[in-house]
Write a protein that binds this ligand. Structure first.
Ligand code: NAD
Length: 301
C-alpha cells in the first residue's frame, strides 16, 4: 500500500488541531493551513494542552507546521483533511482549490459532520480521490472515524484512507452510501429527535430523560451495540416490542417546533446558561471536566 507521510489539515480550529495532533503523534509530517492569524498563533498551545491532558509529550505540538498560504501548504501533500466550517459553499470552494493546487495523486478528505461528500465534490473532475472522513470530538480520544464513500470515490481511496486511519490507532468504519449524517450522527439524532419529542409532550423533563438514558442502555452501549443487543434478547422479542412502540415514536420530518421555540427564546444551552435546563457556571465546567476525564480513562483501559 502507498506510504502516505505528508499530511495537510485545512482549518486549524477545534477539529483541525485535534486531527493534526493525531497524525503528528504518529510521526507523520503535518502542516495545517488556517486563514485566521489568531487561530494560527494559538494552534500549538492548544495541541500542547491536549497532549498534556492525555499524558503525552507536549513537544509533539511543535512538530506541526502552521501555514497561512493554501498553495504553499498543499504543494507536497499526500493526504489532505479539510476541517473548515460546516458550510456547503465554503467546502465546495475549498475542494475546487485543493483539486487545482494539491498534487494530482493526493487524497482529499472532508471532516464534514453531516453533508454528503458527493454534494461537496459535485462538478469536480477528480472526485475519485475525494472521500468523507468524519472524526469525532475530541479526535485524539474518540476512536471512530466514519469513512464515507461518495458516488465518485474510488475503492483505492477508501482502502488507503482506512489503512492510514488504522495506522494512527483509529477505528475507521466504511460507510458505503453517502447519506446526510452517515451512520453515527444519524443514529445519535434519531435518539435526540425522540428525546426532544418526549420532553415537548411532557412525558418527562429533560433531567429525567438524561437520567433514564445514562442509567440504563447508555451504560451498556460501550460493550453492546443496538443490533448486538437485539440478537442478545432475541429478534422475536424485538418484534413484539416494535409492534407496540414503533407506532408511538415521533415521525416528524423536520426539527421539533419545541426546539425552534427554545432558540427563539434565546435558550441555546451552555452558550446562554439555559437550554433544555438551566446551568450554573460550576455545573457547566463540572460536566465538561467529567466528560474529559471519562474519555481519557476509556483510553487507558
Ligand atoms: N466540533 C465538533 O464536535 C465536530 C465533530 C466532528 C466534525 N466536525 C466538523 O469539522 C469541521 C470543523 O469544525 P470545528 O468544530 O473544528 O470548527 P472550528 O470553527 O473550530 O474550526 C474551523 C476553522 O476553519 C477556519 N476556516 C475558515 N474559513 C476557512 C477556509 N476557507 N479554509 C480553511 N480554513 C478555514 C476557521 O478560521 C477555523 O479556525 C466542520 O465541518 C464540523 O462540522 C465538528
Amino acid at each position: 500500500m502507498k506510504d502516505l507521510r505528508n499530511i495537510v489539515v485545512i482549518g486549524g480550529g477545534l477539529m483541525g488541531a485535534g486531527i493534526a495532533q493525531v497524525f503528528a503523534s504518529n510521526d507523520y509530517k503535518v502542516k495545517v493551513f488556517e486563514p485566521n492569524q489568531e487561530v494560527r498563533l494559538s494552534l500549538q498551545d492548544r495541541v500542547a494542552e491536549n497532549l498534556k491532558l492525555i499524558g503525552s509529550d507536549i513537544a509533539i505540538a511543535e512538530l506541526i507546521e502552521v501555514c497561512g498560504d493554501l498553495e504553499e501548504a498543499v504543494a507536497s501533500a499526500q493526504y489532505v483533511t479539510e476541517a473548515a466550517p460546516e458550510k456547503l459553499d465554503l467546502k465546495r470552494s475549498i475542494f475546487a482549490d485543493l483539486e487545482r493546487l494539491a498534487p494530482d495523486d493526493a487524497i482529499l478528505a472532508s471532516n464534514t459532520s453531516v453533508i454528503p461528500i458527493t454534494h461537496i465534490t459535485k462538478g469536480l473532475e477528480t472526485a475519485n480521490r475525494m472521500v468523507g472522513t468524519h472524526w469525532w470530538n475530541p479526535p485524539y480520544l474518540v476512536p471512530l472515524v466514519e469513512v464515507i464513500q461518495g458516488d465518485g470515490t474510488s475503492q483505492d481511496t477508501i482502502d488507503l484512507t482506512m489503512g492510514l486511519l488504522r495506522g494512527v490507532g483509529k477505528e475507521p468504519a466504511h460507510v458505503k452510501k453517502d447519506r446526510p449524517g452517515f451512520v453515527a450522527n444519524r443514529l445519535q439524532h434519531a435518539l435526540w429527535r425522540e428525546a426532544i419529542a418526549m420532553v415537548a409532550e411532557g412525558i418527562c423533563d429533560a433531567r429525567t430523560l438524561d437520567t433514564c438514558v445514562k442509567n440504563s442502555f447508555g451504560l451498556r452501549l460501550p460493550v453492546l451495540g443496538p443490533l448486538e443487543n437485539a440478537d442478545l434478547v432475541g429478534l422475536d422479542l424485538t418484534l413484539d416490542i416494535h409492534r407496540t412502540v414503533i407506532p408511538e415514536l415521533d415521525r416528524s420530518s423536520g426539527p421539533n417546533p419545541y426546539l425552534e421555540q427554545q432558540i427563539e427564546a434565546g435558550r441555546l444551552g451552555f452558550k446562554t446558561g439555559e437550554g433544555f435546563r438551566s446551568w450554573t457556571e460550576t455545573e457547566m465546567s463540572d460536566l465538561r471536566k467529567h466528560l474529559s476525564e471519562y474519555l481519557v480513562n476509556t483510553q487507558k483501559q
